[in-house]
Design a protein around this ligand. Structure first.
Ligand SMILES: *[C@@H]1O[C@H](CO)[C@@H](O)[C@H](O)[C@H]1NC(C)=O
Ligand SMILES: *[C@@H]1O[C@H](CO)[C@@H](O)[C@H](O)[C@H]1NC(C)=O
Ligand SMILES: *[C@@H]1O[C@H](CO)[C@@H](O)[C@H](O)[C@H]1NC(C)=O
Ligand SMILES: *[C@@H]1O[C@H](CO)[C@@H](O)[C@H](O)[C@H]1NC(C)=O
Ligand SMILES: *[C@@H]1O[C@H](CO)[C@@H](O)[C@H](O)[C@H]1NC(C)=O
Ligand SMILES: *[C@@H]1O[C@H](CO)[C@@H](O)[C@H](O)[C@H]1NC(C)=O
Ligand SMILES: *[C@@H]1O[C@H](CO)[C@@H](O)[C@H](O)[C@H]1NC(C)=O
Ligand SMILES: *[C@@H]1O[C@H](CO)[C@@H](O)[C@H](O)[C@H]1NC(C)=O
Ligand SMILES: *[C@@H]1O[C@H](CO)[C@@H](O)[C@H](O)[C@H]1NC(C)=O
Ligand SMILES: *[C@@H]1O[C@H](CO)[C@@H](O)[C@H](O)[C@H]1NC(C)=O
Ligand SMILES: *[C@@H]1O[C@H](CO)[C@@H](O)[C@H](O)[C@H]1NC(C)=O
Ligand SMILES: *[C@@H]1O[C@H](CO)[C@@H](O)[C@H](O)[C@H]1NC(C)=O
Length: 795
């Protein structure tokens, strides 16, 4: 998902190192190449705060500008608090950010009610240049001279506040006040309650909120404890008034002033003079008690350095399965690489033991936000660097199917999120199946979940499964004027849904093939060819009245079989770019044009290339697509298009395109990504592309292009084996980006793609580079597999 305007809203809907080691990097300096601030402005919406790999706790300073989706933004906006859970890179409305805390050094005139309580009142400018962000750590200093540092464990945030000896507030003696607020970032609270313990200052509370891109509601609990100063007094606040009695309150909607103007309410603890106070906040979806016990177990002694150090260790061991020899590639490119890899390991979030919806021994992950975005490369990357986590994610997806009846296409905060196209969890499951990810996975039930997506229309296909299934089965396409009284969902996107459903069916077929279920294989392979039914062979595309010369595009098609018309450039950056979200008006393609979706036949590119006029015409069309402004690389559907040249026997051109986009659109600045990161999708694109192994998601295929570094090694955590990709004749100015010849474990290798067994079993792939395109990887037998050319049953 990428979003520029609030077209559809769900709830109202560094560090850069100067040294340049020429040897492989050691674990210590990997983290110095991660800059969590990349993508914190310009629509990236990246979460910049402290996190562990896939953790539930994610702490950062929250802002009040227009880009607060991930909490913090590098936009100079003011800080309203510090909260403990976030999503990263999402579009639409902001996510989570529940129960923010806020710290003041003293109240003016030492008068409680002169402290600032509401979000609006307490919003405080940051001091420019004070933000520090690194894996597991975030720090900022406010204009109030209060410095806040934060780190996390899996379900607990730990904050260290440093106060000035003399508060900047007028006539205020040092007597810090820390409040906790019953709100969240999108101001979605439905109800909440909070209480403070007058002896310990502990603040606990619960609230029910709405998910940021889905339906329903969720309830979350927190438990805040403090260390470092004596408790002076405690109480609650409502609106901008506070008192020391009572010690608790509950809020519900008053029925008059509903959202977004949520009534400010919370609790506070004031301390005796101290220049340093630690605040530990545990969170839980189960109960306040569990929020407290999570915190007590994970950070028993408020030890900030130890918690920070454990977080750094967790990130080091998550990232050091990869190592690179830069070979002269500059530190800016290394930062793009490591930061991209890092961002792809923020979500999905491990909520195992925190799911109140059902009890089960299976792992539970959440913040699949959204699979429509993440299926294209995030899960392929996780499969490479952390296969055990990928297996747990697959198990959690299958368990969601068991418990709720369908796989999700998007999910956040225990709620069903919106489906944007097909049922793309099918792709994620199939890819893991094909790559041999098996650990504890019940593939029979996984396959049953795929069959359900393919066969049974849910009552609300806006949040799971697929719509229009009767037409799909009987007519072989989603009619633009479909008659579908069997479920509800937005009756738009008939073209993009058709091509996504076709690919999803291919994935069903692939798993059927693996499981030896021939009848199902035959059935779904046939359905995977339905993309052809919306291909209008003689349609053309003009831009500003000038014909582009390319013939044959996907076009709207009605129930009666006649064609409709949608300008093939509509929904591209060149025409009505922002008209094509989940809004109800007529657009038959989602967040992209017919130009883009006409390239989307990932399973049978050989057939598509023939259909579009053969390899030479196809290559010219793909060049035009990249060069005319029709393709926006800031939305995930564009990723695969960088590498489709491989199917036309032109792997050299894929390498050129990779360098066309990186670093021009993926760099190490705060605006260094071109669109919403979508839980790390942009990061995964950069990381995989720079390693030279971008995947065709859903298949056991990685396209080979030369890595951006002299050498890249990946250690498989399951098998302990290492796969090395080495460029011979590497040149950091990237003039030599063309593979001349290759060897795999010393033997000539001419295929322009490789399968996952290389990464599982280890080996050495050596690419000899030159300055000109060569004949390497260009022959028919060198191309990645396509359904129509691989032979019956694919054997
Ligand atoms: C790792 O790299 C850092 C920074 O370049 C260096 O200071 C340190 O000595 C290296 N450690 C090892 C074990 O090589
Ligand atoms: C801080 O930076 C922001 C832009 O990020 C700028 O608007 C503001 O003027 C700066 N403030 C100071 C005090 O320099
Ligand atoms: C940030 O705070 C400053 C000082 O209180 C105020 O002048 C400014 O308008 C605030 N900006 C926003 C976006 O809240
Ligand atoms: C955090 O949770 C992960 C599982 O998601 C686990 O592997 C890791 O050990 C936990 N970290 C700590 C410090 O408990
Ligand atoms: C809060 O709202 C939710 C959703 O409407 C409801 O189920 C729950 O009972 C409410 N809780 C309280 C304490 O009012
Ligand atoms: C806190 O300060 C008050 C006076 O403001 C004093 O009476 C009390 O003893 C102090 N408590 C501690 C534990 O220092
Ligand atoms: C406050 O706490 C008291 C004592 O536990 C309880 O009886 C009361 O219902 C609570 N009030 C609110 C508004 O939650
Ligand atoms: C790093 O190298 C890339 C590729 O050559 C180049 O585009 C970029 O400007 C360089 N960055 C710096 C900071 O030198
Ligand atoms: C089409 O025309 C408009 C207005 O003259 C111009 O801004 C735009 O760049 C043109 N687009 C193309 C692809 O030629
Ligand atoms: C087919 O259906 C479309 C959409 O309802 C309509 O515009 C068109 O006239 C119909 N064509 C025929 C031949 O009935
Ligand atoms: C296309 O965009 C224009 C304005 O930019 C708007 O008036 C028009 O309604 C849009 N068309 C569709 C079909 O969304
Ligand atoms: C960095 O990337 C952003 C986002 O794609 C782009 O707008 C910007 O021009 C790039 N900056 C440089 C110096 O290439």
């Amino acid at each position: 998902m990428t979003r520029f305007a609030a077209a559809f809203s769900a709830s109202s809907i560094l560090l850069s190192l100067s040294i340049q080691p020429s040897h492989a990097q050691n674990a210590t300096n990997i983290l110095s190449f991660v800059d969590p601030l990349i993508g914190t402005i310009n629509g990236g919406h990246v979460f910049a705060g402290a996190s562990l790999p896939f953790s539930m706790a994610k702490a950062v300073a929250d802002t009040n500008g227009g880009e607060l989706q991930g909490g913090f933004a590098s936009d100079g906006s003011n800080i309203t608090g510090f909260s403990h859970m976030h999503d990263s890179g999402t579009g639409g409305s902001p996510s989570l950010g529940n129960f923010p805390i806020f710290a003041q050094a003293g109240c003016p005139d030492d008068e409680l009610n002169n402290c600032l309580f509401t979000k609006t009142d307490r919003a405080t400018p940051r001091i420019n240049g004070t933000v520090e962000a690194s894996p597991g750590y975030f720090a900022i200093e406010l204009a109030s001279r209060v410095r806040a540092e934060m780190t996390v464990a899996n379900h607990t945030a730990l904050y260290r506040f440093t106060f000035p000896e003399t508060p900047v507030e007028a006539n205020a003696p040092l007597s810090p006040l820390i409040l906790a607020d019953l709100s969240d970032l999108p101001e979605s609270r439905i109800n909440g309650s909070i209480a403070v313990d007058e002896h310990t200052g502990r603040i606990t509370g619960s609230g029910t909120f709405s998910p940021s891109f889905g339906i329903g509601s969720y309830t979350l609990h927190f438990c805040a404890d403090f260390s470092g100063a004596a408790v002076r007094d405690t109480g609650v606040f409502m609106n901008n008034r506070a008192g020391s009695q009572p010690k608790n309150l509950s809020v519900t909607s008053d029925g008059i002033n509903n959202s977004p103007e949520i009534l400010p309410a919370g609790a506070w603890t004031r301390f005796n003079a101290s220049t340093e106070i630690l605040a530990r906040v545990g969170v839980s979806f189960i109960s306040v008690d569990q929020a407290c016990s999570n915190a007590e177990r994970e950070i028993p002694s408020f030890d900030f350095p130890a918690t920070h150090s454990a977080a750094r260790d967790a990130w080091t061991s998550a990232l050091d399965v990869v190592s690179i020899k830069p070979g002269g590639a500059n530190s800016s490119l290394q930062t793009v690489f490591w930061s991209g890899l890092y961002r792809a390991m923020l979500s999905p979030q491990d909520y195992t033991g925190e799911n109140p919806l059902w009890s089960s021994d299976e792992p539970y992950y959440d913040s699949y936000y959204c699979i429509w975005d993440s299926f294209r490369s995030i899960h392929s990357l996780i499969t490479l660097v952390d296969p055990a986590s990928q297996a747990r994610m697959i198990r959690s997806l299958i368990e969601i199917y068991r418990q709720e009846g369908w796989l999700p296409d998007c999910r956040m905060s225990l709620c069903k999120g919106f489906t944007q196209g097909g049922s793309n969890a099918d792709v994620v499951l199939t890819e893991s199946y094909l790559k041999g990810i098996n650990d504890g996975i019940d593939w029979e039930t996984g396959f049953e979940a795929l069959l359900k997506d393919a066969e049974v229309e849910p009552p609300n296909w806006a949040v799971e499964g697929r719509g229009g299934l009767k037409s799909w089965k009987e007519l072989g396409f989603i009619p633009t004027d479909d008659f579908d009284p069997y479920g509800v969902g937005p009756f738009t996107r008939s073209i993009s849904r058709t091509v996504e459903y076709a690919y999803d069916d291919f994935c069903v077929a692939e798993m059927a093939r693996g499981l030896g279920r021939t009848a199902e294989y035959e059935k779904y392979v046939e359905r995977s060819e339905y993309w052809r039914n919306m291909y209008q062979a003689d349609s053309t595309s003009a831009i500003n009245g000038t014909d582009t010369g390319f013939v044959g595009f996907l076009q709207p098609k009605f129930l009666n079989g006649t064609w409709g018309y949608q300008d093939p450039i509509f929904c591209s950056p060149l025409l009505n770019f922002t008209s094509c979200y989940l809004n109800p008006d007529g657009h038959e393609t989602y967040e992209g044009s017919s130009w883009l979706y006409t390239f989307y036949v990932p399973h049978d590119m050989a057939n598509l290339i023939t259909t579009l006029g053969g390899p030479a015409t196809f290559t010219r069309r793909l060049d035009y697509f990249h060069e005319s402004g029709l393709l926006y690389i800031g939305d995930e559907q564009g990723f695969l298009d960088v590498f489709l040249y491989h199917y036309a026997g032109r792997p050299a051109k894929s390498a050129e395109r990779a360098h066309f986009y990186i670093p021009s659109q993926f760099n190490d600045t705060v605006n260094g990504i071109p669109g919403n990161d979508d839980s790390g999708a942009m990061g995964s694109f950069a990381a995989l592309t720079m390693m030279g192994i971008f995947p065709n998601a859903g298949q056991d295929v990685y396209f080979i292009t030369p890595p951006f570094f002299e050498e890249v090694s990946l250690r498989n955590k399951d098998t302990g084996k290492t796969a090395v990709i080495r460029n011979v004749g590497f040149d950091a100015s990237y003039e030599s980006i063309y593979v001349q010849s290759a060897t795999l474990d010393g033997k000539a290798y001419t295929k322009n793609w490789i399968g996952h067994s290389f990464f599982r079993d280890g080996g050495v792939l050596e690419l000899t580079l030159g300055r000109n395109e060569s004949s390497w990887g260009t022959r028919e037998e060198d191309l990645p597999p396509s359904l129509s050319t691989r032979g019956r049953m694919g054997y």
